[in-house]
Design a protein around this ligand. Structure first.
Ligand code: AFP
Length: 348
């Protein structure tokens, strides 16, 4: 009898831990009713796009679509065929939602402007993160940040967008891997959803998601750039070798590396690296508005931290929609340790 009650109690507890997306949006803090409706519709567009993209990605090798499109994007990077497919999918759905007034994307030089009838947000996205992994059927992702903005006010959409970037209200990413996961964050809570391919629905997984106690032991950084890092970063990586327990893991797709470290505990770093033979990213490789800020927002809501090595990511003013930044993000313990070992200011 006691055993039965315990088992049932566990089941009820598990059910309560699974929060449907609509309920999660409903209880998010500091939002008006109209804003909640707008966010739900935007997340609906993201879910629909993710479902479509996941299906197309799984067929990519059969259709010969896992390579380059032969073009170079605004960042000067080779565009993969799927970068453009993902851009078209998400831009089409977000624009049609009537809830996105300005859309900034890694794949477009200028913001897209959409007509909106009611409450709307500015959205920044990386439609397909880690796309160079596709040629080896590796994991990729999509990243989104929703900023509270007033839409197009003047004649310069980029300036209107930048003015809104101090106020993130929601961030999300999709991981396309063994399963397709949607991770959504509001100010102080993160929830996770898995795509059920048979129904096409994203179903809630137990939550909320938090970095594990102790902060974990995983460090994700491309050590191929070691000789080109600032001395503080090299000092940090050198110091790790004296630590009793740590593991190096690096997939080369921010969404995958961040997601693993969120669940298992750890830290992801992409510091600036000095140019060598014309290549290099002295200011960092990742983009502030659609990579660093959404991941920093999600990390903070899960109990973690994010810095560029000098100041918290969420306090960096954006001066360009494609601005690059160094990124150090992960559990509170690991990011604080990074700051101490590299001689950087405290990350909070
Ligand atoms: P791609 O989308 O061009 O594959 O870049 C992915 C990415 O922006 C980020 O997702 C990775 O963490 C990082 O670049 C990997 O960069 P390196 O290959 O220079 O380590």
């Amino acid at each position: 009898m006691v055993r039965k009650e315990t088992a049932e109690g566990t089941k009820v507890h598990e059910r309560e831990n699974r929060l449907a997306l609509g309920d999660f949006v409903e209880r998010a803090p500091d939002l008006s009713k109209e804003e909640r409706m707008a966010i739900l519709e935007i997340l609906g567009a993201v879910s629909e796009g993710a479902r479509d993209l996941a299906r197309r990605l799984s067929l990519g090798p059969l259709h010969g679509l896992t390579g380059s499109s032969g073009q170079v994007n605004v960042q000067g990077e080779e565009v993969q065929a799927f970068d453009e497919i993902a851009q078209e999918i998400f831009s089409g759905l977000l624009g049609a939602s009537g809830r996105v007034s300005l859309l900034v994307s890694e794949e477009r030089e200028h913001p897209e402007v959409f007509p909106c009838l009611s409450e709307s947000f500015h959205v920044a996205m990386d439609p397909l993160d880690g796309s160079s992994n596709l040629s080896v059927s590796g994991p990729v992702g999509s990243i989104f940040a929703l900023y509270r903005g007033a839409g197009l006010r003047g004649e310069d959409p980029a300036r209107d967008f930048l003015e809104s970037t101090r106020e993130v209200v929601c961030a999300a990413y999709v991981l396309y891997s063994v399963s397709t996961l949607l991770v959504v964050a509001f100010r102080d809570e993160v929830r996770m959803y898995a795509l059920d391919p048979s129904s096409g629905h994203f179903l809630p997984l137990p939550g909320p998601v938090r970095f594990p106690d102790g902060g974990g032991q995983i460090v994700s950084i491309n050590t191929g750039n070691y000789t080109r890092w600032e001395p503080g970063v090299r000092q940090y990586v050198d110091a790790l070798h004296g630590r009793p327990a740590w593991s190096a893991r690096y997939v080369g797709a921010l969404v995958m590396d961040f997601h693993r470290n969120l669940l298992k505990g750890g830290i992801y770093l992409y510091p600036g690296d000095l140019p060598k033979g014309g290549a290099g990213h002295p200011e960092g490789k990742l983009r502030l508005l659609f990579e660093a800020i959404p991941m920093a927002f999600i990390a903070r809501a899960a109990g973690g931290l994010a810095t560029n090595g000098h100041r918290p990511i969420l306090e960096i003013p954006a001066s360009h929609i494609h601005q690059r930044v160094a990124l150090v993000v992960g559990s509170r313990e690991r990011v604080t340790e990074y700051s101490h070992l590299s001689g950087s200011p405290d990350p909070v």
